[in-house]
Design a protein around this ligand. Structure first.
Ligand code: CMP
Length: 146
């Protein structure tokens, strides 16, 4: 059955010109883009997005890096069969050095704190992240492909 996931190219990925490559992976796999925007998130948004990591030593740095405005986040919602799990597989392990060959992180990065892309890790986090980043009416488009 069809579902939706939240995928973001993070500021380092935008800075490095990797937005099109990330989008291409999902388009070419046959997933449907239903939401897209460039945004410099507020501190509140970033802290809520990464709420599970509040106790981690890198939390402050992570929030700063997401919000400092040196580059935006390119936030997306993708729809399709098993896209939450498949998106995680396509992105690869959080630590790029553990990411399997062919995954986005294996292809384009090396450092865990600059791993260029984020994807929801469960149905619950997809729901939470989609409403957090695309909470306003009309931000997501229902459309029929082919
Ligand atoms: P992401 O998939 O966005 O989810 C949590 C993020 O925290 C992760 O990617 C990394 O960017 C960051 N992160 C996880 N572990 C570390 C770490 N040890 N040091 C710095 N950043 C980290």
């Amino acid at each position: 059955f069809s579902e939706r996931t939240f995928i973001a190219v993070k500021p380092d990925g935008v800075q490095r010109g990797l937005v099109a490559k990330v989008i291409a992976r999902f388009e070419e796999r046959g997933y449907k883009l239903v939401g897209l925007k460039a945004i410099v998130p507020s501190k509140e948004l970033a802290e809520e997005h990464y709420g599970d990591l509040k106790s981690k030593p890198f939390f402050g740095g992570l929030v700063d890096y997401m919000t400092n405005g040196k580059a935006p986040v390119v936030a997306m919602v993708w729809e399709g069969k098993d896209v939450i799990r498949q998106g995680r597989v396509m992105i690869g392990a959080t630590n790029p050095l553990d990411a399997a060959p062919g995954t986005i992180r294996n292809s384009y990065c090396q450092v865990i704190g600059r791993n260029i892309v984020h994807g929801s890790d469960s149905f619950e986090s997809a729901e939470k992240e989609i409403s957090l980043w695309f909470g306003k009416a009309g931000e997501l488009i229902d459309w029929t492909s082919a």
